[in-house]
Each structure stands twice: as C-alpha cells, then as structure tokens.
Design a protein around this ligand. Sequence first.
Ligand code: G3P
Length: 225
Amino acid sequence: MTELKAPIVVVNFKTYREVEGVRAIEVAKVCEDVAEQTGTTIVVCPPTLELARVAQAIRIPVFCQHTDAKSAGANTGWITPSAVKQTGANGTLLNHSEHRLMLYDISASVNECKSAGLTTIVCADSPQTAMIIASYEPDFVAVEPPELIGGNVSVTDAKPEVVQKAVQAVHRVDSHIPVLCGAGVKNGRDLRKAMELGAKGVLLASGIIKAKDVKATLIELVTGV
Ligand code: G3P
C-alpha cells in the first residue's frame, strides 16, 4: 500500500446499527467522496462481515477492525491476515480497547500481518503500553484512553498529556513510527489539536457514524486542520 499521508483520519465503523449490511458501503462511499474532494487520507474500518464488499466498492484504504495471529489452515472461526488481504483490504486495527489482546498475541499478530502484507495500526490505552507496542514494530500506534471512548470530550481536550507522552514514548523506541490518537474526537478543532500534540492523525467512530449528516461532519473535520 502507498504510504498514508498525514493528517490521517481513521473512521472505525465498529458494529453500530447505522453501518450494518449495505449501509457500511454507503458510509464508506461517503468517506471516499470526502477523501477525494479534500485530498485527505481517510481510512475506513467496516464491520468485519462487510470487509470484502466494502474493499471491492471503494478506492480509499480499507482496514479490518481486528485480525488473529493465525495463518491459513485449520483455524475454525479465526480471522487470518492472509484471508483479510485476499478481500482487498489494506490493513488492520489490532488490540482495540473493545477487542484487547495479550501482549504476546499483539507481537505475533503484527508479524503475521507483515507476512500477509497488511499495514498495522495497534491501539494502546496509555503511553506505557504504547511504548511496549512500539517495540513490536507496527506501522502505527494509536493511543486511546478507554474511559473517553464514545464520549463527548475529545482526548485532545481531556488528556492532551496522554497524546504527547505517547508520542514521546513511541519515539524513544522508534522515531519513525507515527502515532495516532482517538476517543471522543468529533471535529476539525480536535484533529488540529491532535496534530499540534504530535500525532499524525486521529481514530474516531461515534462522531461520524452517529452523525445526522455524515458527509457534512466529515468535511468539517478534515478541513478544520
Ligand atoms: O476506534 C476509535 C474509537 O475507539 C473512538 O471511538 O466513538 O470515541 O470516536 P469514539
């Protein structure tokens, strides 16, 4: 996949009712329109069951919300990185707060994803965890304080020091790993603040998926930087 240019906006669809079934494609196409109109890097993470349909319907980067550290073979029900790659998806989130992994599994997943050619965004709940995760050499680390996820106050306002410390911690391990931040991010002001704090972009969900007008909200967010 070509390198993702900052600012990067990762829209995690989670499993919200608003993006079940064909609606995942509709929202993904809105994200694609806004990315193309504004020249912003927008990555979509559709619900897993819609991954292939979405990946085939749009040209912007599509990431899975989670994959398992399993290779092709007798692994009933697991999500293998090689099968994710076959859908046309470009990468995956790992260790999201709503789908936590043991540290050992994160490391194994990052390696399995690398072999499959998937870009990894590995989530961390704190600067300390971000530093450990950076040592596994993911493509991105995303810091999200769990208590702010789904709320109305952005991490950039509630805990700006967590973003700054996560950037410093990750860069102590490897200055080339870009850091994203998320939790409560809603608008262009939050994205701008994230960039000022040293992040290369944001991860967000409810602010877009539950917005009355997804397109207008996304345009405001990406043009607010
Ligand atoms: O993956 C992004 C997410 O956890 C943040 O959720 O709803 O606070 O934007 P939200």
